[in-house]
Design a protein around this ligand. Sequence first.
Ligand SMILES: *Cc1c(COP(=O)(O)O)cnc(C)c1O
Length: 397
Amino acid sequence: MTNEKLQKETLYIHKGYHSNLHHGSLTVPLYQTSTFAFETAEQGARRFEGEEAGGIYSRLGNPTVHVLEERMAALEYGEGALAFGSGMAAVSTILVHLTKAGDHILCTRGIYGCTFGLLNILKEKYNITHDLSLLASEEAIEAAIKPNTTCIYIETPINPTMEIVDIEMITKVAKKHGIPVVVDNTFSSPYLQNPLQLGADFVLHSATKYINGHGDVIAGILVGKQNEEIEAIRMSIQKDYGGIISPFDAWLLIRGLKTLHVRMDRHTQNAEEILSFLKTCDLVENIYYPYDDQNPQFEIAKKQMKAGGGLISFTVKGGIKSAQKLMNELKLIKIAVSLGDAETLIQHPATMTHSVVPEKERMEMGITDGLLRLSVGLENSTDLIEDLQSAFSKLKS
Ligand SMILES: *Cc1c(COP(=O)(O)O)cnc(C)c1O
């Protein structure tokens, strides 16, 4: 059975599952059920009272989902986890949990587009305000905290410019003020970065990306330092807002997680090879990758990330025209948003993921018209580089 001493790669495959309790089934069974039958009326009453463990109704808990949650809690070094039907359901649940009308949320300057959309809904409906800040020094964080700040919400690396924020520094300042810190860890996956170990209180993932890794599920995960708080969220906001995951999608995530470490190593290796190639391209202006020795934030990246991961952004000379032509000339690499899949994907943030950001802010964030983001997949890197090389050669002609 599983114990605390096992290494994380082993936990990805075994944590939270006991085959002897499931007819010896090697893999986690799929409990595709909406509800659970009670033996007696009294047993049903005991389950509702919380006096007896066991199923009631799948919005309140499901055995397949539970394995995923227990595994994710272990992988992020938390006590408890909740699985959701999308990354955004995890984001909205934690923000609703940590705020009330009139509060303030402090965020990193770059955050996921729909998270930004959600912050605007909270502002319009409940006067929950927010600030986007660089959070680049202790003084800057102190200055950005307001008397009504009840949550610090960060993403690192920041999409799509790969800026790194120092998780440990932020949590240190937040602790002085008693403000909980939430980290969206989607870009790194639990294999490359573990924010709870750096002092954060909650970590969340769009499990749609690296955790599933196969491009066939939309899902989210929230992990908390304290199980009591996670269980309170389960039986309130998650239960009553209802953003739960389906048992089948949880089952697919359990399957995806088994290879997370193997995939992340190869994503990283391929990205590093593409990084070296891009450095030789005279049509490439800037390259953004956490583990690039030219990156001024390389030291912070090394401190908190095990490796650079599979995302790499770069700007091409010639702005939007060149960027779009390059994408159109690619044969193997797919034009698509999302990330973390086996297939290499390329997208143009200015007209796709960040098209809703006003131009001035977009430029301030470094999202220029020539910027492209690659989610490097698991193909043979020589084939990927040849695809890029051939597309670049067409730009010149
Ligand atoms: C995709 C993504 C989300 C949203 O997740 P969904 O699963 O699409 O709801 C949130 N944060 C980041 C960083 C993402 O990449």
